[in-house]
Design a binder for this molecule. Structure first.
Ligand SMILES: Cc1cc2nc3c(=O)[nH]c(=O)nc-3n(C[C@H](O)[C@H](O)[C@H](O)COP(=O)(O)OP(=O)(O)OC[C@H]3O[C@@H](n4cnc5c(N)ncnc54)[C@H](O)[C@@H]3O)c2cc1C
Length: 394
């Protein structure tokens, strides 16, 4: 990684989260000068597993391997080889087994901070990428050919292409005046880590309760990561319960699938919503990851979509450069928007549909969803389609 403090870059990526760092790594061999501007120092990694984890699918795994980031993650990566999804209000269930599609795993559960650190480590091998952190952006000035970031410490950074990888409250998106309507699901996800009486069996478990989906995700250390989506009105009460009462409520909601549960971490809640920008690109500007789209975490796809955004944008830039086209111009960047917008929207609509279908106690809908789960489970062709999407097309 360069020590030089350039003020002019080809590409400035605002946001050194999982998606921004992936993009920087994918542009490592492009010959472009790249800066990654991040406001927060990365989280320190301790022996304890952090409560923020992501289910990483096969497509994302392939990207991590291609940029050499996988070896630094693998020791903290909990493989899941099976997935069990069922409806708490009926007999509908579906089971995905990696062996059915000839794979050793369906994916991995990994702490976000481990992914970030591994991506940073991989980036340090490159001398054309500068890590600018901590950095607070005071203002952003955009034009067709040069973009400027004014930092609070008085520095001005210039670039040809500014990428907003700065999450759902993107400052880059706001500076470009790109509209983003975030609709609330009126739900929050309670996140924590638990130890369970029975082994998790390298299985990702998801139960659709009338209050919302509850996931038990298998961690590398035999513990499980919980993502429990609940109506907002119930979250405070659940967080206010003492540890023992919280664990009893969790066991009950999860229908005792893994026996008794013991809390081994703090509990935190994250508001859930969804939204999508209309424009992913402008001349000299692009949005990736949560800056462009937010979805419900029920299928663990948000970050996975962001990694595919990064791969697509890097590809579009590299190909345009190779063809001597203006790689940061709108007509080049549109190729990225065309490739990703439809797919991301489809996933957003599917997650909203699932959320509506499963958190509704209308008996007709309950019958439909239980029949639907049973049908998907029993018809190999439909099941394989489902798996193809969940695995990220791989
Ligand atoms: C409860 C929950 C569970 C989830 N589970 C999964 C899952 O299992 N699988 C999955 O694929 N997805 C999951 N997601 C979604 C996933 O967490 C997000 O999609 C992912 O974090 C998006 O990554 P990102 O890099 O685009 O944005 P972020 O993770 O939000 O990162 C943005 C980065 O930009 C920085 N930043 C922000 N503003 C500025 C600024 N002005 N200047 C400089 N830096 C800035 C931030 O500090 C941060 O480092 C889950 C989400 C939730 C809420």
């Amino acid at each position: 990684m360069s020590e030089k403090k350039e003020t002019h870059y080809d590409v400035l990526i605002v946001g050194g989260g999982m998606v921004g760092l992936t993009l920087a790594n994918l542009l490592r061999d492009s010959g472009l000068q790249i800066g990654v501007v991040e406001k927060l120092e990365p989280k320190v990694i301790s022996d304890e597993i952090d409560i923020r984890v992501s289910a990483i699918n096969r497509a994302s795994l392939a990207i991590f391997k291609s940029i050499g980031a996988w070896p630094a993650m693998v020791e903290r990566a909990g493989a899941f080889r099976d997935m069990h999804v069922w409806d708490a209000t009926g007999a509908g269930m579906i089971h995905f087994d990696s062996a059915e599609v000839g794979l050793d795993t369906l994916g991995y559960i990994i702490e976000n901070r481990v992914i970030q650190q591994a991506l940073q480590k991989a980036m340090q091998q490159a001398d054309n990428i500068e890590w600018i952190c901590p950095a607070t952006i005071d203002s952003i000035k955009l034009s067709d050919d040069t973009q400027q970031l004014h930092l609070e410490d008085g520095r001005t950074l210039e670039c040809r292409l500014l990428v907003g990888a700065d999450g759902s409250r993107s400052q880059v998106r706001a500076a470009a005046g790109i509209e983003f309507e975030r609709l609330s699901y009126a739900q929050q996800a309670i996140v924590c880590t638990v130890a369970t009486e029975l082994p998790h069996a390298e299985t990702a478990w998801q139960c659709f309760t009338p209050d919302g989906p509850l996931a038990f995700l298998p961690l590398v250390n035999e513990q499980s990561s919980i993502v429990w989506s609940l109506e907002e009105s119930k979250v405070d009460a659940m967080l206010a319960l003492d540890e023992a009462a919280f664990c009893r409520a969790l066991e009950q909601a999860f229908e005792y699938q893994l026996g008794a549960v013991t809390l081994v971490s703090e509990r935190a809640a994250f508001p859930l919503g969804h939204g999508h920008v209309d424009q992913y690109v402008r001349s000299g500007l692009a949005l990736v990851g949560d800056a462009a789209h937010n979805i419900h975490p029920l299928a663990g796809q948000g970050a996975n979509l962001g990694f595919l955004d990064a791969a697509c944008l890097a590809d579009v830039i590299i190909q345009a450069r190779a063809a001597n086209r203006q790689w940061s111009a709108l007509h080049s960047l549109r190729k990225y928007e065309r490739a990703r917008k439809g797919e991301n929207r489809l996933m957003e609509s599917a997650m909203t549909g699932f959320k509506l279908l499963f958190s509704n106690d209308n008996p007709m809908l309950a019958t439909v969803r239980n029949a639907g789960l049973g049908l998907v489970d029993q018809v190999p062709l439909i099941k394989q389609q489902f798996m193809r999407h969940a695995l990220g097309g791989h």
